[in-house]
Design a protein around this ligand. Structure first.
Ligand code: ATP
Length: 452
């Protein structure tokens, strides 16, 4: 089936599939849930880990000039003053005066601007989706940083923030990494971690949550290197998405002047074609010297770099690539979904790239008879510990194949009565449904090669 003809899931179908197949559950579901938070189930955690691993390998392992970091979620509150977040990390909000519902003004106006006058002008003729009236308040700014407090004694607690983005921990460790990892510019620090934002209107499933995960690379460069490094990473990040996902569902979008952070020299998004249209999954930004110069100013520490070539101290510029693991997770589910007709019946198959598939191999004894279970468990043990496996002996073999297709397992290994005699098993390929007989002794190497 050609890529373009693949059926697309609606949002409702996506959410329902993700729950039914154990990928994503609403957080605290038994208590009615909590808006903007989700839990990842048994297959979801595998898929998410695989996405994170694929990113980490392509960043940290594939590039000699990139190192990893895992910084704390809570930092000294001064970090957020220096970064500008306490002052201006906000979204413009409007309330419907008639029904009191609150919305993000830029989204309602459908413009990429936070300028109040432009928003008011664009909101002419826009009615409240809830009550149908057109009676808006002026746009007002709401800070997105999530507050918490430190200390056990009531009345003696210090305010702090959960990080609104992971990159600040990278900037504050710039000098530590230069000193200990002995890297020359241009070099990068990569990090994967949770970020928190008090999104006023969380929604679109994992797309806009209050707790989410970011995977960020910050390249530190000499100002003269920034243009080249930016162009390079812009292409490399798109190529990474295209390696795993459908090309025609991905595109670049340049930020408009009003949308760009005031310090940003250049900003492009990589967008994916979600059920609600092309939207940002990743941002690629040339941030100039804003980050290190601000942290230097607020901390009083020297965060310059000694350029041996010129004998001068310079404040490095930052080129950033920032992708949301959760938006990527949605991209992976939507992109993998496929349906086809096989012998007059609909087959749903998740065509995950083998590196991303949550379960790599399913071991399926043809029946629950002890002699078959015993052998199948031995087969499991011979593969166990190397990658994610599933053992399933319930229901008919046809239904079990369909179940594995629906979670995108690349290979099913069936142990049947002949296996007791010929010491071989049947390996079924998810995409072609072709079956091959492989000896149990050769199976570990056979699968290793197929999955590598
Ligand atoms: P948006 O304009 O959609 O609010 P943003 O431009 O604020 O996003 P960045 O601050 O550039 O996003 O964050 C980098 C990445 O983090 C985004 O490309 C996105 O994938 C992810 N991200 C940001 N906010 C959220 C959120 N509330 N829920 C899930 N992922 C998010």
């Amino acid at each position: 089936m050609s890529e373009n003809k693949k059926p697309t899931l609606s949002m409702e179908e996506l959410v329902s599939y993700a729950k039914r197949r154990g990928f994503v559950f609403q957080a605290s579901e038994i208590y009615g849930g909590i808006a903007g938070f989700y839990d990842f189930g048994p297959y979801g955690v595998e898929l998410k880990n695989n996405l994170k691993r694929a990113w980490w390998e392509s960043m940290v392992y594939a590039n000699p000039n990139i190192v990893g970091l895992d910084s704390a979620i809570i930092q000294n509150p001064k970090v957020w003053e220096a970064s500008g977040h306490t002052e201006r990390f906000s979204d413009p909000m409007i309330d419907c005066k008639a029904c009191k519902k609150r919305y993000r003004a830029d989204k309602m106006a459908d413009i990429d601007s936070t300028d109040a006058a432009e928003l008011i002008a664009a909101l002419k003729g826009v009615t409240c989706p809830n009550c149908g009236k057109e009676d808006w308040t002026e746009p007002r700014e709401f800070n997105l940083l999530m507050e918490t407090s430190l200390g056990a004694v009531e009345g003696d607690k210090a305010a702090a923030y959960l990080r609104g983005e992971t990159c600040q921990g990278i900037y504050t460790n710039f000098a530590n990494v230069v000193d200990t990892a002995r890297r020359k510019l241009p070099f990068g620090i990569a990090q994967i971690g949770k970020a928190f934002r008090n999104e006023i209107t969380p929604g679109d499933f994992l797309f806009r949550q209050r707790e989410f995960e970011q995977m960020e690379l910050q390249m530190f460069v000499l100002p003269s290197q920034a243009g080249e490094v930016y162009a390079d990473w812009k292409e490399r990040r798109m190529a990474w998405h295209q390696r795993y996902f459908t090309k025609t569902k991905l595109r670049f979008r340049e930020h408009g002047a009003n949308e760009r952070a005031h310090y940003a020299k250049e900003a492009w998004d990589i967008e994916y074609d979600y059920p609600f249209g092309f939207k940002e999954v990743e941002g690629i930004h040339n941030r100039g010297d804003w980050d290190l110069s601000r942290h230097s100013k607020y901390s009083g520490k020297d965060l310059t770099y000694f350029d041996e070539a010129t004998g001068e101290h310079v404040t490095p510029w930052v080129v950033e690539t920032s992708v949301g693991a959760d938006r990527l997770f949605m991209e992976a589910l939507l992109d993998a979904y496929d349906e086809e007709e096989v012998n007059g019946e609909k087959r749903v198959v998740m065509r995950f790239h083998k590196d991303l598939a949550p379960i790599k191999v399913a071991i399926l004894p043809l029946s629950k008879k002890p002699e078959l279970s015993g052998l199948a468990q031995k087969v499991y043990a011979s593969l166990g510990g190397k990658y994610s496996l599933e053992y399933d002996e319930t229901q008919s073999i046809g239904r079990r194949y369909r179940r594995q297709d629906e979670i995108g397992t690349p290979y099913c290994v069936t142990v049947d009565f002949d296996s007791l005699e010929d010491k071989a098993v049947t390996v079924r390929d998810r995409d072609t449904m072709v079956q091959e007989r492989i000896t149990i002794a050769e199976l570990p190497d056979y699968l290793k090669e197929k999955l590598s």
